[in-house]
Design a binder for this molecule. Sequence first.
Ligand SMILES: Nc1ncnc2c1ncn2[C@@H]1O[C@H](COP(=O)(O)OP(=O)(O)OP(=O)(O)O)[C@@H](O)[C@H]1O
Ligand SMILES: [Mg+2]
Length: 249
Amino acid sequence: MAQTAEPLVVLDEVNKHFGELHVLNNINLAVATGEVIVVIGPSGSGKSTLCRAINRLETIDDGSIRIDGQELPQEGKALAGLRADVGMVFQSFNLFAHKTILENVTLGPIKVKKVAKKEAEEEAMALLERVGVANQAHKYPAQLSGGQQQRVAIARSLAMKPKVMLFDEPTSALDPEMINEVLDVMTSLAHEGMTMIVVTHEMGFARKAANRVVFMADGRIQEEAEPEEFFTNPQSERAKDFLSKILTH
Ligand SMILES: Nc1ncnc2c1ncn2[C@@H]1O[C@H](COP(=O)(O)OP(=O)(O)OP(=O)(O)O)[C@@H](O)[C@H]1O
Ligand SMILES: [Mg+2]
């Protein structure tokens, strides 16, 4: 583990194109240990690409992304290590359909981290308890509600003991009554000191849990501010326009 004075996640002048499209345009972002960042912005602004680049599901054209002082590895063992350090929860829950909830959570620790099965199961049960679905451990994903599956997906990421958690619109596929149960888990994670980068339009979560809101449009970070400041006093026209649209819905 690198002991460095720099923030846990650092993006320096990161650029990425998809063909002609400049999807990440000179992104500079630093996230300190324990900090919770909410990323918002219009559709197509590059939010998912940003998350995927931090987890190296996407390559970048130039610039640098460092986690805990280490440049993102290109491939192989080091990349698997990075994936363990950087947990990711997507809009779709991506659980393994033919494995039980418990197996979904223990798989990574057993296969990647070589944790003994019994120990992995004990830790998994504790995590399932924490996200409120321990009583579902022996069911299959399809037997759970969307909100329960998403909480399992969070537990599965946490089982790898990540240094930072990325969430890409984790509640946007959920029925309204299930959104809060997932946001509540995320809010308690934030309050427990997890470093988090969260793409969401849930203002309540941003207000309650985020240290900073990062507003993206056209592949750029247009502005960043504390949530209250951003929501009540956005600076750029893009942000004002965006907020007027989402706040009236
Ligand atoms: N694999 C790809 N190939 C080509 N273009 C892509 C690819 N992935 C994303 N894009 C384009 O890059 C831009 C940014 O996409 P991205 O998914 O990062 O936006 P987003 O901010 O997450 O949007 P949304 O709010 O709709 O999820 C979009 O114009 C998208 O069409
Ligand atoms: Mg997206």
